[in-house]
Write a protein that binds this ligand. Structure first.
Ligand code: SF4
Length: 501
């Protein structure tokens, strides 16, 4: 007990809150003394080291347990540039040893009851189960299986010990594809994609106050040109009107929303309750994201190190809520929400083959459509698409390519230097520089060229226009790109609207 305070109130991330018996505390100390220096263990108590190339994933400042985030690079972690991306290192080692397919398993979120405690006890318990209640018998069976000449037997023996530990009953993650358990489209966006239409979705920025006039005007303006409108969830970790509120306003104005939901601001409880609420309001398209880190937000900086769930876990939880009719804790839910589940994809983060594994996991977990990060390099996009094609997932997910028209050279430089996972090739930078006062026009020309270059690529089902704070350019880009929807009707001008009464 500290000398000047009645109890220790500040706790490092994985320090146990509860007081364990002496024997377990001693075991935890010994485990940490060994696993800390060897594997960078953070004592999360939910050990995954066998699946993560013997590098502790809990060194990731976002706490992600299923692969690199959309901002990871070879050089460093985007949250903390003083250290490498631990997931990049895990993937690199797994590829070196030909064990990359092990990374496909959808791993569970932490059971916080175990954090800070020793994980070896789980191994002992499981060995007892293998030995029908007798530890020594279990050890013997495990040892004989692992020394077997048959690789299949060795793998089965290994899994008999570790799979039940890392995949508890309440999770049961795997490496398989789980197609949606319904046939009829649940949203207009899904209907159009299923019908093979090349769709446009567009982003409208949520307001920074409770005033909804501009939001409503932007929705009305964009609505005829887009199959659905995305509302971001406090991007750059900066609070704005919630995505759910904007989505409801869109519905009230006859537009179809895509509600974005960031793991950054949710616990497992908040995620499920918010999505059930969204379902009750009629919101069908839900895009699951990890979310921009607090590092990108204004000061004072919020807590960096804890995300209760990552985006892959969000998809896994929501797909099972919809298709299997139960909450994460196992309680049955009578009337389930109808959800068309989406995820972000990042063609230019880390390496294309690394990102492809993560996108594949998202598809397996439940992602039905991707909206990609901003694309300025169609050739680089092709490399990423080829990686997805090798994984046979192009027919399992609709891919909408992220397009943002550049407004100025300064914006281009900001995107390139400060936005994780975005890269603008040098020739485009030079064009923006040379354009001078005509930078806006050049930005639109570049956007149209990129749309033209990507729209016929394999697996591409549409584009996602993110004209941040420049929504009025959306109608022009969609029109000039030749992407007006088949049932297009322009929004009524003020003079066309019949007078009330
Ligand atoms: S770049 Fe992303 S995945 Fe990698 S360590 Fe940093 S936060 Fe984690």
């Amino acid at each position: 007990m500290p000398g000047f305070t009645p109890a220790c109130r500040w706790q490092p991330p994985f320090y146990p809150f509860k007081r364990e018996p002496f024997g377990r505390r001693l075991m935890a100390r010994i485990e940490y003394a060994i696993k800390g220096p060897l594997f960078g263990c953070r004592m999360c108590g939910n050990c995954l080291l066998q699946e993560t190339a013997l590098i502790c994933p809990m060194e990731c400042p976002k706490g992600i347990r299923n692969g690199p985030c959309g901002g990871s690079t070879e050089e460093h972690c985007y949250v903390d540039p003083t250290r490498p991306c631990v997931w990049y290192k895990i993937y690199e080692r797994a590829f070196q040893h030909g064990r990359q397919e092990l990374l496909m398993e959808v791993l569970p979120p932490l059971d916080w009851d175990k954090t800070g405690t020793e994980a070896w006890g789980d191994g002992v318990t499981q060995l007892k189960k293998i030995g029908d209640g007798k530890l020594l018998v279990g050890v013997g069976r495990f040892a004989s299986g692992i020394l077997s000449r048959s690789p299949v037997k060795r793998a089965e023996t290994w899994d008999s010990l570790f799979v039940p530990i890392r995949q508890p009953e309440w999770w049961q993650g795997d490496s398989e594809y789980h197609p949606p358990a319904y046939e009829e489209p649940v949203s207009e966006l899904e209907r159009r994609l299923k019908a093979g239409e090349f769709v446009v979705t567009s982003e409208v920025a949520p307001p920074m106050s409770v005033a909804t006039g501009k939001l409503t005007r932007n929705i009305e303006m964009v609505k005829p040109y887009a199959a659905a409108i995305n509302f971001t969830d406090s991007p750059s970790a900066t609070p704005r009107m919630s995505s759910q509120a904007c989505s409801l306003i869109a519905l009230q104005n006859g537009a179809e929303p895509v509600m974005q939901i960031a793991a950054r601001d949710r616990t497992r409880v908040g995620l499920q309750s918010e999505v059930i609420g969204a379902g009750a309001l009629g919101i069908r398209n839900v895009l699951c994201l990890s979310g921009d880190n607090m590092r990108m937000g204004p000061s004072p900086m919020g807590r960096l190190d804890i995300i209760d769930i990552d985006s892959i876990q969000m998809l896994w939880i929501l797909r099972r809520l919809r298709d299997e009719g139960h909450y994460l804790d196992g309680r049955a839910i009578k009337k389930t929400p109808q959800l068309f589940l989406g995820a972000a994809a990042s063609p230019f983060a880390s390496r294309p083959e690394f990102q492809a594994i993560r996108e594949h996991k998202k598809v397996n977990a439940g992602a039905q459509f991707f909206q990609t990060n901003l694309v300025y390099d169609p050739d680089g996009l092709e490399v990423w698409l080829n990686e997805l094609a090798k994984r046979n997932i192009l027919d399992k997910v609709y891919i909408l390519i992220g397009i943002t028209p550049l407004k100025s050279l300064k914006m281009a430089q900001y995107m390139h230097n400060d936005v994780p996972g975005v890269s603008i090739p040098e020739p485009l930078m030079k064009r923006m520089e040379a354009a001078g006062d005509g930078a806006e026009e050049e930005g639109v020309t570049i956007a149209l060229e990129i749309i033209e270059a990507v729209k016929d690529k394999q697996g591409v089902s549409g584009i996602h226009l993110m004209a941040v704070g420049w929504e009025e350019i959306v109608p022009r880009i969609v029109t000039e790109a030749g992407l007006l929807p088949p049932d297009f009707k322009p929004a009524p001008q003020k003079a066309d609207v019949p007078a009330a009464g």
